[in-house]
Design a binder for this molecule. Structure first.
Ligand SMILES: Cc1cc2nc3c(=O)[nH]c(=O)nc-3n(C[C@H](O)[C@H](O)[C@H](O)COP(=O)(O)OP(=O)(O)OC[C@H]3O[C@@H](n4cnc5c(N)ncnc54)[C@H](O)[C@@H]3O)c2cc1C
Length: 391
């Protein structure tokens, strides 16, 4: 009898069906031609948000009892990859809402919070954004954190400034990590609050940036903003522990987004190599072009395996921090390198707005920086070998 543990190096028939369904949805409703228009317009694509909601995508990962479709991290990896194949912003939009918002509340929220927010998230009727980073630094977020929520009658008054909070200018709610008390260590005394994004005293201003242009990433000023006590997620003071508990999934989903972008790069490169002629032949006949395409394909396959393995471990509640960090680091570097070579395959057209390639490069470049920089990711992988912490 074979009692080896179940291994996941592929998708189940149901998962493959989900992948095909989302692939077809993206081709039909959010193709690359529209993605280019949305990115050029630099406006939040409210219509896209609606289309994802109408297709039921925000419910994937939300428990069925709260109006979602259930599903675990492997299904969420499938969603993230397929959406990012056309437009990374689609995947970020899905991720912030269906994953960041819903996961925090379904894991740590009160019953009343679950009843209030999860069905709306699943239906695409409530958009969440996440606000942790401050201008003093994201890698050492704990020591940089200046935003404070002072206890007052019935809740808290928040003062401070967050930076890079994606979608906070259009979100309905912000998931805010803030200091509520001074603890012995920087990780003590932090609390997650659900903040009505339209509360008096909040100003969210998009920061002009390289990629993900249709999704504003904002500086958010909190000027004496009142947040009711019932909007605390979990216990006050447990905010950092909540964040740490979500890191593996966040890294795995980031890896999946990068894999989606690289899949988009690969398909555009192959199509162009077949159609573009030089010296009387399709450029895809030249070995120099073929090798670029082969590298994209091999890196994509490798990153997908790392991503799926980390997701599978997480779905079994097994330790996976090195695997998740490795997947994020490799996938982001492969996506950037692939898009860079994709620009080379397309020549001057790779530099032109009417093609997708430099958009993939600009978007992928973010994920060497966030949600964790690849330098910090390498620090953590090295430490797993018993090497001393270098910082
Ligand atoms: C477009 C965009 C969207 C974002 N969206 C969000 C969002 O929605 N919500 C949110 O809260 N945040 C968001 N972020 C913030 C993101 O998570 C941070 O940018 C990221 O954590 C890095 O922080 P930093 O930019 O302050 O860089 P820093 O922390 O200042 O790092 C600068 C450099 O120093 C290096 N470094 C720092 N410490 C070490 C060390 N110990 N060893 C080696 N190297 C080190 C880093 O690797 C990096 O190369 C977003 C950022 C961007 C650009």
């Amino acid at each position: 009898m074979n009692d080896a543990p179940e291994l996941c190096f592929g998708l189940s028939p149901e998962q493959q069906m989900l992948k095909d369904t989302i692939h077809n949805f993206v081709e039909r409703e959010c193709p690359k031609t529209l993605a280019r228009e949305w990115e050029a317009g630099k406006e939040f694509p409210a219509e896209l948000y609606r289309r994802l909601g109408a297709a039921g995508l925000y419910g994937i990962g939300v428990p069925e009892e709260f109006g979602g479709q259930g599903g675990n991290i492997v299904e969420q990896v499938i969603v993230c990859e397929e959406l990012a194949r056309s437009l990374a912003g689609l995947s970020v939009l899905w991720h912030l809402n269906a994953w960041s918002g819903s996961k925090a509340i379904s894991t740590h929220g009160t019953e009343a919070q679950k009843q209030e927010y999860l069905p709306k998230i699943a239906a695409g009727k409530m958009l969440f954004a996440f606000a942790m980073t401050e201008s003093g630094g994201g890698t050492d977020a704990l020591r940089a954190m200046r935003t404070r929520a002072e206890p007052v009658d019935g809740g808290f008054r928040v003062n401070g400034t967050k930076i890079w909070s994606t979608l906070s200018h259009v979100a309905d709610r912000l998931l805010l990590l803030t200091r509520t008390e001074q603890g012995e260590k920087p990780s003590h005394g932090l609390t997650v609050l659900i903040v009505d994004a339209k509360s008096p005293g909040i100003t969210a201003t998009p920061i002009p940036k390289l990629g993900l242009r249709s999704l504003g990433s904002c500086e958010v000023v909190f000027d004496n903003v009142f947040v009711p006590a019932e909007n605390v997620v979990g216990e006050p003071g447990t905010g950092w522990a909540q964040m740490v508990g979500s890191l593996n999934a966040e890294r795995i989903l980031t890896a999946a987004m990068c894999n989606g972008m690289l899949a988009g790069v690969l398909e555009d490169s192959v199509a162009y190599a077949k159609e573009r002629f030089a010296f009387g032949r399709a450029i895809g006949q030249y070995q120099a072009i073929q090798h670029k395409i082969a590298d994209m394909a091999m890196n994509l396959e490798s990153a997908r395996l790392h991503t799926l393995r980390a997701a599978w471990l997480l779905s079994k509640d097994m330790p996976c921090s090195v695997e998740a960090t490795t997947a994020k680091c490799l996938a982001s570097e492969y996506a950037v390198a692939g898009a860079d070579e994709g620009i080379q395959v397309l020549g001057g057209n790779g530099y032109a707005d009417e093609f997708n390639m430099h958009r993939y490069w600009r978007d992928a470049r973010l994920f060497r920086i966030g949600p964790i920089t690849n330098e910090m990711a390498r620090n953590q992988v090295a430490e797993s070998f018993g090497l001393p912490r270098s910082y």
